[in-house]
Every structure is written in structure tokens, then in C-alpha cells.
Design a protein around this ligand. Structure first.
Ligand code: RNT
Ligand code: ZN
Length: 427
């Protein structure tokens, strides 16, 4: 049964030519990939008490309740899934979150079998899976380099790892019957001035050529490369810039990942989507909230997030743009943080679907730029929250404010009991 508030909202949207029932029906089928690494502070399960991430990535904060093993991780993920509406959700893993039982001797010992229990779990929970490599938090990030290293031993190690990851992701996609995204991000770069920019990018291209030599079917595997402006400790130079990654993705006909925290603060990913779509089949979004130097604050419903979704809708590109989250904040309840980010993404998509795009375009075609601006302005105070409430209701997910109580209940019942055996030195 729909609420009175929803019925009123529905008629207000109908007056501008938007059918809210159709919009929420469409919304539930738009896939969103929820990144899991917010829950383990990007530590993974290769060994017990892996320690904080390193190599350009850092998770700051000491809030209690981090999942210490894969069982806790899955239980936390299930809680998050119960807070996020929609029927096409995916969970995005990094391959150090495989089922290693804390006993993986070497990162390159990973194999398909370490992901079988994830496949079972994903099927049980009716979600898809993405699995990406981790080129950091490792002794072979040597002088700041992995795939772009001038040392053959280091480079070969990571090339092998890159190949293995694609093999595993292809396997996961095949078993799941949903293509699996394998996203490659490397920290490679230099803290300060270097005369070797060209040299490392040249090596990087060769390494990637080896990794992407084998062709897999897009039905099982979607490859992407992710660019970045700078990392912590890699402030001067990053080998994988947007120019490098975009050119590489185009040359190999693979996908590109745009992380909203990886650009100059005045650059907008919303303007990049239609710039790259004519050239690429797959664009992956890592939705994060960049704040000054940090690229990984919890995603919230910002103007930019809304415009990103509007751009996808206006380009009718929900099949080519794969929407996902990426942030890690250890200073607050992690399940709450992850649910908040994923809910914000769903809200932004809903707002985009409720846009009377044709009406705005008509004003534009008539040269009526006042109406174009005014319609966009007046949409801001439309009763979005009541449509969102209805969407939550029909998806059996708690509405705004209610979900906060659910998160806190779980914290009291489950998270507070998680004591850490060895205190990891924290920031
Ligand atoms: C790092 C990239 C990358 C990571 C994950 C944890 O800056 O954004 O996507 O967030 O590997
Ligand atoms: Zn990212």
C-alpha cells in the first residue's frame, strides 16, 4: 500500500510528465556495485592482522567494530545489503579479500578456488561480484613502483599477479553468469621530482600489454584501468594519469575507471562521462567524496553525484556506465558509512530518473534558456523524499532515519564485541 505522501508526490510529478511508478521500477534494475573494503579498512584476509594499507592508500580512524575475518565481513555485508534497495546489487571485492583463512604465503599464490565460497555466498545473497587486484600493501612495492618498476623481478611479479587476477575474475564472471569487473589501479609514482617519468610510463605500457594479452569474453570479464592524480607519498608523479589510462583503454579496447576523488578539485567527473563514452564500451565509476587531499571520504548526496547520474540518464548509458562506490573511513561505524554511501548513490539515480529531460531539452530547442534553467531549479524542491520512501518500502528496506536505528542496533549487538587481539598501530 502506498502512503498518502507518495500519492501526492506522484501527482506532482505526473503534472510535469513523470511517472514515478515507472521511475522506481527502472531504478531497481540499475546495477550498483558496493565496494566491500570500507568494512575491513582495506586490510584483506591474506594473513591475520594484515595491518593498515600502504602504498598510496590509507584508511584513517580507529572506530571499533572492523570485521576481523571473512565471516564477520560477510555478516556485515549482509547487514549493508539489507539497507540498500534494489534488485541488481553487486559486491565489489579486492582479491586480498579472498577466502585465504589468513594463511596465504604469497600474494601470487591466489587462485580461483579462493573465490568459490564467495561465489556461493553471492548466489545465496542474490548479488553479483566484482574482483579487482591489489597492487599495494606489499613488500614488492619497491621504491614506489610495481608494474612500472625498472627492476625486472618486481615487474614480473606484478605482471604475473595481474594475469592471475584476470583469470580469477573471468572465472567468477563465468560461474556467476554476470560479467565481473577487474579494475586495475597501481600506486606507481614518486614523492618528489624525478627525471624518469617517461621511462616508467614506457615500462608500464609494456607490463599492461602482457597482462591484457589474453582476450576473454566481455560476458564474463570487464577489464578497466583506473587513473589517479596523486597518492599519499606519491605527490609529485603518478604513472597512471588520466591521459595514460584513457589512451591505454582506447588502444586496447578495454574500460576506464573514473574515481570521483582522483582529479583536481575543480574538475568534474560529470563532464568526463560524455567525453569518453563515444570511444569506450565500458566506464566504471568509483564514487567517492574527495576532500582536499583525501580522495576517499564517504559518498554523500552532493550536487556532483546528482549531475553524474543525470549525465548517464541523458546519454541513456546505464548499460555502459557501471556504477560503484569507493571510499574508506575508519573513523565511524563502517556499516553505516557504507550503507550511507550506497543509499546516496541510489537517491542520485532516482533524482536523475525523475528529471523531465525532454521538457528541458524542448525549452533549449526553442531558445528559451530561462525555462531551461528554471525547470532545473524548480526540480530541486520537488517531493523526492516521498518517492524515495516508497522505493524503500516496496524493496523492504528501512526508510530514512529508520535505517540509522538499524545500524546502531547492529553496532550494539555485534560490533562492540569485536576486540582486537593485537592492537594495530593506528592513526
Ligand atoms: C585508490 C583507488 C582504488 C582503491 C582501492 C581500494 O586510490 O581509488 O580504487 O580505492 O583499490
Ligand atoms: Zn577508486
Amino acid at each position: 500500500m502506498s502512503s498518502d505522501a507518495y500519492e501526492i508526490a506522484k501527482s506532482k510529478y505526473a503534472a510535469i510528465g513523470i511517472n514515478t511508478d515507472e521511475a522506481i521500477d527502472k531504478l531497481k534494475d540499475i546495477p550498483i556495485s558496493i565496494h566491500s573494503w570500507q568494512l575491513d579498512d582495506v586490510m584483506g584476509f591474506e594473513v591475520e592482522d594484515a595491518g593498515l594499507p600502504s602504498g598510496g592508500v590509507i584508511s584513517i580512524g580507529n572506530y571499533p567494530g572492523r570485521s576481523r575475518n571473512i565471516e564477520e565481513y560477510r555478516s556485515d555485508l549482509e547487514k549493508v545489503l539489507s539497507m540498500v534497495p534494489g534488485s541488481k546489487k553487486k559486491i565489489s571485492l579486492q582479491s586480498h579479500e579472498g577466502d585465504y583463512k589468513g594463511k596465504l604465503a604469497d600474494r601470487n599464490d591466489m587462485s580461483k578456488s579462493h573465490f568459490d565460497s564467495w561465489i556461493d555466498w553471492a548466489k545465496e545473497n542474490k548479488v553479483g561480484l566484482d574482483v579487482s587486484p591489489v597492487f599495494y600493501s606489499h613488500k614488492y612495492v619497491k621504491n614506489g613502483y610495481t608494474l612500472a618498476s625498472g627492476e625486472n623481478f618486481i615487474r614480473d611479479y606484478w605482471v604475473e599477479y595481474g594475469k592471475k587476477n584476470r583469470e580469477v575474475a573471468n572465472y567468477v564472471g563465468e560461474k556467476m553468469g554476470i560479467s565481473c569487473i577487474s579494475n586495475l589501479w597501481i600506486p606507481d609514482g614518486s614523492k618528489d621530482v624525478t627525471p624518469s617519468r617517461w621511462e616508467h610510463r614506457h615500462i608500464l605500457k609494456q607490463s599492461l600489454d602482457e597482462i591484457y594479452k589474453i582476450k576473454y569474453s566481455r560476458e564474463n570479464l570487464i577489464d578497466t584501468v583506473e587513473s589517479k592524480l596523486f597518492g599519499i607519498g606519491f605527490e609529485f608523479y603518478n604513472a597512471g594519469t588520466i591521459e595514460f589510462c584513457l589512451a591505454y583503454a582506447m588502444s586496447q579496447k578495454i574500460g576506464l575507471t573514473l574515481d570521483t576523488g582522483h582529479f583536481h578539485p575543480t574538475e568534474a567527473v560529470s563532464d568526463k562521462i560524455s567525453s569518453v563514452l563515444p570511444f569506450l564500451n565500458d566506464v566504471v565509476l568509483h564514487l567517492s567524496r574527495g576532500l582536499h587531499w583525501d580522495s576517499d571520504h564517504v559518498t554523500t548526496l552532493t550536487d556532483e553525484l546528482i549531475v553524474i547520474m543525470q549525465e548517464i540518464k541523458r546519454a541513456d548509458a546505464f548499460k555502459k556506465v557501471h556504477i560503484g562506490t569507493d571510499f574508506f573511513d575508519a573513523s565511524m561505524n563502517r556499516i553505516g558509512a557504507l550503507s550511507l554511501g550506497a543509499r546516496a548513490v541510489c537517491k542520485a539515480i532516482l533524482i536523475a530518473l525523475l528529471e523531465p529531460t525532454k521538457m528541458i531539452k524542448k525549452a533549449e530547442d526553442n531558445g528559451d534558456y530561462f525555462s531551461r534553467l528554471a525547470i532545473i531549479e524548480d526540480l530541486k524542491l520537488m517531493p523526492l523524499g516521498d518517492v524515495w520512501g516508497q522505493y524503500c518500502k516496496i524493496n523492504s528496506v528501512p526508510n530514512d532515519f529508520e535505517w540509522i536505528k538499524e545500524v546502531l542496533k547492529y553496532e550494539k549487538k555485534v560490533l562492540v564485541n569485536r576486540k582486537l587481539k593485537n592492537k594495530i598501530k593506528r592513526i
